[in-house]
Design a protein around this ligand. Structure first.
Ligand code: SF4
Ligand code: SF4
Length: 210
């Protein structure tokens, strides 16, 4: 009931405000409601006008509070993701000062433990891009024949990091390490890496950003 009365007085108040009499040359440029009889709308006595103004003031105050609360709620909903992440631990790293630890199954550069290699050539045969090159020689020590690697190189430009050489190796001699920052200034530095050299990736690591 109060709400209905409020709406009625609210409508009257605005209609009265917007009503403007037409001049001799036609209606004013301002807002004008033709056909509305302002006299018929202004039949309220002073007491009712006071009550209506109080109601209008209360309604307006209520609406302003409502809009304010809704605005705050709307902003909070919009900022939900921001607020959620504001107090969460950062997931970004200050690279290159901080490094991302690689997952267990990450495949980096091909590496070798020469002592474990039995020169079976299985990695050479399975490599789909011929990125590995192996050569050996036979030696005789104490009347025993032995095989020795004379060349085991890796072409980092050809390798597609499929991991097949690692999978097929019967002694786990060849594997893919966790390096992901290898950089070179010339092709020669990276397409003919000597896997027998323990320091093979040292220079390439030095080319990383500091
Ligand atoms: S990871 Fe794949 S492409 Fe690279 S050397 Fe091994 S078998 Fe060849
Ligand atoms: S598969 Fe393993 S053991 Fe065989 S040649 Fe390659 S690295 Fe050596």
């Amino acid at each position: 009931m109060v709400l209905a009365l409020s709406l009625r007085y609210y409508l009257y108040f605005h209609v009265g405000e917007m009503d403007a009499s037409a001049g001799e040359d036609g209606p004013d440029d301002g807002v004008c409601l033709e056909g509305v009889n302002a006299d018929s709308l202004g039949q309220f006595d002073d007491k009712r006008m006071d009550d209506s103004e109080a109601l209008i003031g209360g309604t307006r105050m209520f609406q302003r509070i409502k809009f304010f609360v809704l605005s705050i709620v709307s902003i909070l909903i919009g900022m939900k993701v921001t607020l959620k992440n504001l107090f969460s631990p950062a997931v970004t790293l200050q690279y290159p000062r901080e490094k991302q630890p690689m997952k267990e199954n990450f495949r980096g550069m091909v590496d070798l433990v020469p002592e474990k290699c039995v020169i079976c050539y299985m990695c050479i045969k399975i490599c789909p891009v011929a990125a590995l090159d192996l050569a050996h020689k036979q030696t005789v020590e104490a009347d025993k024949k032995k095989l020795a690697i004379t060349k085991f190189t890796f072409n980092g430009e050809l390798c597609c990091f499929c991991g097949l050489c690692e999978e097929i190796c019967p002694t786990d001699a060849i594997y893919l390490n966790k390096m992901y920052e290898v950089a070179a200034f010339t092709h020669e530095e990276i397409n003919n890496i000597d896997l027998m050299d323990k320091e093979k990736y040292k220079q390439l690591e030095n080319n990383q950003p500091k």
